[in-house]
Design a protein around this ligand. Structure first.
Ligand SMILES: *[C@@H]1O[C@H](CO)[C@@H](O)[C@H](O)[C@H]1NC(C)=O
Ligand SMILES: *[C@@H]1O[C@H](CO)[C@@H](O)[C@H](O)[C@H]1NC(C)=O
Ligand SMILES: *[C@@H]1O[C@H](CO)[C@@H](O)[C@H](O)[C@H]1NC(C)=O
Ligand SMILES: *[C@@H]1O[C@H](CO)[C@@H](O)[C@H](O)[C@H]1NC(C)=O
Ligand SMILES: *[C@@H]1O[C@H](CO)[C@@H](O)[C@H](O)[C@H]1NC(C)=O
Ligand SMILES: *[C@@H]1O[C@H](CO)[C@@H](O)[C@H](O)[C@H]1NC(C)=O
Length: 415
């Protein structure tokens, strides 16, 4: 019956229906609801000194499905490994501080805390590898101490990141939370501040929920990305507040594709915005971004790649966005950072609907060439008069209206 109907309606309708079917799957395929904090297996009290061993022993002896609770107080720790099935619960009033001692994070080459050509010399503060059903919960705070002077040194992690920029190389700094090759991982309610490097990165992890999390670092702290799903699938990022010094969220696909990702009802202040790229060589697809209020970020929605990275970015749907004081509200660039190679990036099937941009901005849609343009659909896109558009090699369906008046965004986020 469907086929008959399609034949009658012709190819055009087929295309529309196909588009609808596709949009249905352009999201986290799990049915994600608000996480529940697991029961506590053990509680740990702050000693006032170094707590690494006490916390790690508790994590290692906790039963699967339960959480080690950090009681109210200030904990100081080196790197921690969260075992499979076990969670860390940072209670309200508890702060877990990452000791700013490069030796503790060094991966063996004595490069952590130095500059070199690679920037991969440190392990993360909190790591999960091959974990199933682990997480980090609680209304407490994890502080990466990126602003604190490193042990045996006269500069902080963030100073080292600035020095790398001046030297044109890379800082070896720890990420705050690294999740690799895992399944069904949850971060809920916790506040993550002052990461020395990326705050949360997942690599080849399927089933990842970040819900009601607050991530903070100053706008000046380089490379303090908020949440980076890398080669990960079935990801939901919801009700988060993210104000940092680099990409608020960056979907990447360095070693595997990233797909089926939902980014729902978040609030971004400072940062580089809602990003896809630039490492999308394995492809980023089936992403729904709905409900972000932006206030003061450099970009709103940003897709970036180049012929050095390549990658297919497709079925990306943005809706219900409100932007205030955003420099580049829509920014799609297939020649990002002017890096050149022989891979052709493709940006297809990207739609924006119900978007309000309350302040003047630069809208940039930059495809690679006439034969490799960026394809974008606009629907109910309202912007501010005297905004600037820079488009080249862009196929734009629909249009925008510059009719935004004196209005405010309301608030989408976790409060
Ligand atoms: C999600 O919920 C819908 C509607 O209740 C159901 O049809 C679908 O099978 C569920 N999907 C999963 C993966 O549980
Ligand atoms: C994503 O979730 C759906 C629904 O639960 C599941 O069928 C699928 O296998 C998951 N994908 C991956 C890569 O885990
Ligand atoms: C680091 O930042 C925190 C607030 O996020 C602040 O309380 C602390 O004093 C700062 N430390 C240094 C050494 O600047
Ligand atoms: C830190 O120490 C180095 C030598 O170890 C010195 O060259 C540099 O000037 C010092 N920086 C600051 C900010 O004191
Ligand atoms: C996690 O994965 C990243 C990217 O593949 C890799 O660089 C890092 O070494 C891995 N970390 C661990 C602890 O396995
Ligand atoms: C944006 O942030 C500034 C300062 O943080 C605040 O005063 C202003 O009300 C915010 N504007 C909107 C539209 O949220």
């Amino acid at each position: 019956m469907l086929m008959n109907m399609l034949r009658r309606l012709g190819f055009c309708a087929w295309f529309i229906i196909f588009g609808l079917i596709n949009n249905v799957s352009a999201r986290d395929l799990r049915n994600v609801t608000e996480p529940k904090t697991p029961e506590t297996c053990l509680s740990v009290q702050a000693s006032g000194g170094e707590d690494t061993e006490a916390i790690q022993i508790a994590l290692d002896s906790c039963t699967e499905g339960k959480a080690v609770a950090l009681s109210p107080g200030t904990f100081y720790s080196g790197p921690l490994l969260i075992p499979s099935g076990v969670s860390l619960l940072v209670s309200h009033g508890a702060t877990l501080k990452a000791l700013a001692d490069p030796e503790l994070y060094d991966l063996g080459a004595n490069t952590c805390g130095t500059l070199n050509e690679y920037g991969v010399g440190c392990k993360a503060f909190i790591t999960m590898v091959g974990a199933i059903g682990s997480g980090i919960y609680g209304r407490g705070t994890i502080d990466g101490q990126g602003n604190v002077t490193m042990a045996g040194r006269n500069i902080s992690w963030w100073d080292l990141s600035k020095a790398a920029q001046r030297a044109g190389n890379f800082q070896n700094n720890p990420r705050l939370v690294q999740i690799n090759n895992s399944l069904d991982i949850t971060l809920y309610q916790v506040t993550l501040i002052n990461s020395p490097f990326y705050t949360v990165a997942s690599s080849e992890t399927n089933g990842f929920t970040v819900w009601g999390v607050t991530i903070l670092a100053p706008a000046s702290a380089r490379n303090t990305d908020g949440i980076d799903p890398i080669g990960s699938q079935n990801v939901t990022i919801a009700h988060c507040y993210i104000s940092i010094g680099d990409d608020n969220v960056a979907i990447k696909a360095l070693t595997a594709p990233s797909r089926h990702i939902s980014v729902l009802n978040n609030h971004f202040d400072s940062g580089n915005g809602m990003c896809i790229g630039s490492e999308v060589n394995h492809g980023a697809s089936d992403v729904t971004v709905s409900g972000i209020t932006f206030n003061g970020s450099k970009n709103g929605v940003h897709i970036k790649s180049n012929t050095f990275r390549g990658g297919h970015v497709t079925r990306i749907s943005y809706s219900n966005l409100c932007m205030y004081n955003v420099q580049k509200p829509i920014h799609m660039d297939m020649e990002y950072a002017h890096l050149r190679g022989n891979r052709t990036p493709e940006f297809h099937d990207i739609s924006l609907s119900n978007v309000r941009v309350l302040t003047k901005g630069m809208f940039m849609l930059h495809g690679l060439s006439e034969s490799d343009p960026v394809y974008v659909r606009l629907k109910d896109v309202h912007i501010t008069k005297d905004s600037e558009w820079f488009t080249s090699n862009a196929v734009i369906t629909g249009t925008y209206i510059d009719d935004v008046g004196d209005e405010s965004c309301g608030y989408t986020g976790n409060n």
